[in-house]
Ligand binder design. Structure first.
Ligand code: FES
Length: 173
């Protein structure tokens, strides 16, 4: 086996799930966006090495894959925490005091404008524009769970509940 083939097979083993996703999409470069979506669902972000692997596998220039991954804000190039907290700061949520919620979370988790993920990779904090639930403002979404009519106190209670439940989550075998 040549060194190149050896490297490719090591990479393929490492990215087994990526290979499955590529196969499901028949290695079709026109399906780059659904492929990236599925990969991000798996890894919660798009690691650089995987983007390169996808480019090689689809036989497209890596710059094209990076271009798509950076163009859409939905794609993340940095690792995110297990719980992604999105605080809506659209107009309706903003006037109903979304910023004190952001500040309370930052204070509690030791985050700031340049540090958005906790060191233990448990939480990532994001502010987003209107989530389309203005009647429930201010809105906080944790992963896919919507929390309505929030305030700093309710948000702190929610964080504590997450931490408690996470600690008791059974370890998968
Ligand atoms: S502004 Fe927050 S849901 Fe619309």
């Amino acid at each position: 086996m040549t060194e190149t083939h050896e490297n490719e097979s090591v990479m393929a083993r490492k990215f087994e799930r990526v290979c499955e996703i590529l196969e499901q999409n028949k290695y079709d470069s026109n399906k780059l966006i659904p492929i990236l979506q599925a990969v991000q669902e798996e890894y919660r972000y798009l690691p650089e090495k995987i983007l390169t692997f996808i480019a090689i596998s689809l036989k497209v220039p890596p710059a094209k894959v990076y271009g798509v991954a950076t163009f859409y804000s939905h794609f993340a190039l940095e690792p995110k925490g297990r719980y992604v907290i999105k605080v809506c700061d659209g107009t309706a949520c903003h006037v109903k005091n979304s910023i004190p919620i952001v500040e309370a979370i930052e204070k509690k988790l030791g985050l700031n404008e340049s540090k958005r993920t906790t060191d233990d990779m448990m939480f990532t904090l994001e502010t987003v524009s209107c989530l389309g639930a203005c009647g429930l403002a201010p809105v906080v979404v944790v992963n896919d769970e919507v929390h309505s009519l929030m305030n700093p106190e309710k948000t702190m209670a929610m964080l504590e509940k997450i931490v408690m439940e996470d600690a008791y989550e059974p370890v998968a075998n």
